[in-house]
Design a protein around this ligand. Structure first.
Ligand code: HPA
Length: 277
């Protein structure tokens, strides 16, 4: 139990429902929430029952915390997350990661839907994140801006390896054992909610991004602030459109539909990784 002034009330509200101590926190992105249905011995806590918890207003994100067991591990899943483009501050978006820490989580696995920037990526592919470009943070909206809470972590946090080397190795081994091809690359985090223009897609390619999305990186920064281990996957739901006058345009329905196709593959990889943690 924590008496932390910001996160204590949320932890206490959850503790009234369950005393489970999860090892792993799983954050499920657009169209990927069904992964929580594969947990056994589930205990569900709706976000509205947790003081301070940001609720997603986006279609395709349900708002509940699901505790359960997967591959013998105690897991807590965020079925739906809040985003910067919904008007939340980076601190609000990352509130759930802070609470997960106080629930006992040591490892966070994040998932998101993303557009493919690397020309070799196709809709339906999976990318393991090994680095990121944080446009929102560079623009000054980093969740660690403001007075530093020394009880949580240090003022300055290194970002040379945001995504845990041994967890990434485990994920690659699992994918290879299962014969599932995955990419490994750099995720660019933009504010959204507009999808990228063709010139922006071309710029992202030039600066070294492989995939682009509107989430995840804030959560990674806060998890690393508290020294949690981080693993993250992008479900490539569409290819970034890099020419004007294309008959195609990115849209949220396509993101959700392709997310569904990726779920079985991602679920198999997640299970394999959990078995090895
Ligand atoms: N851009 C940004 N975010 C996304 C995309 C995209 O193309 N696809 C899914 N999330």
């Amino acid at each position: 139990m924590t008496s932390h002034p910001l996160y204590g009330p949320a932890v206490e509200a959850i503790r009234k429902v369950t005393d489970r101590v999860p090892d792993v926190g799983l954050v499920l992105g657009s169209g990927l929430g069904v992964l929580a249905d594969t947990l056994t011995d589930r205990v569900v806590v709706p976000y509205e029952d947790i003081p301070g918890w940001p609720k997603s207003t986006v279609h395709g994100h349900s708002g509940r915390l699901v505790f359960g067991t997967l591959e013998g591990k105690q897991v807590v899943c965020q079925q739906g997350r809040a985003h910067f483009y919904e008007g939340y501050t980076p601190q609000q978006i990352t509130f759930p990661i802070r609470v997960m820490h106080f629930l006992g989580v040591k490892t966070v696995i994040l998932t998101n839907a993303a557009g493919g920037i690397n020309l070799s990526y196709e809709a339906g592919d999976i990318m393991l994140l090994n680095d990121h470009i944080n446009f929102i943070g560079m623009a000054g909206a980093n969740p660690l801006v403001g007075p530093n809470d020394e009880t949580l972590g240090e003022r300055f946090i290194g970002m040379s390896t945001p995504y845990d080397t041994s967890l990434r190795a485990a994920a690659k081994q699992v994918a290879s054992d299962l014969d599932i091809a995955i990419h490994e690359g750099t995720y660019a985090c933009l504010a959204g909610p507009t999808f990228e223009s063709p010139a922006e897609v071309r710029m992202l390619r030039i600066i070294g991004a492989d995939a682009v999305g509107m989430s995840t990186v804030h959560e990674v920064l806060v998890a690393r602030h508290m020294n949690m281990r981080v693993l993250a996957f992008s479900a490539i739901t569409n290819k970034g459109i890099d020419v004007v006058d294309s008959p195609m345009d990115a849209n949220h329905e396509e993101v959700l539909e392709t997310g569904k196709v990726i779920v079985p593959k991602l679920s198999a990889i997640l299970r394999g990784v959990l078995a090895r943690i």
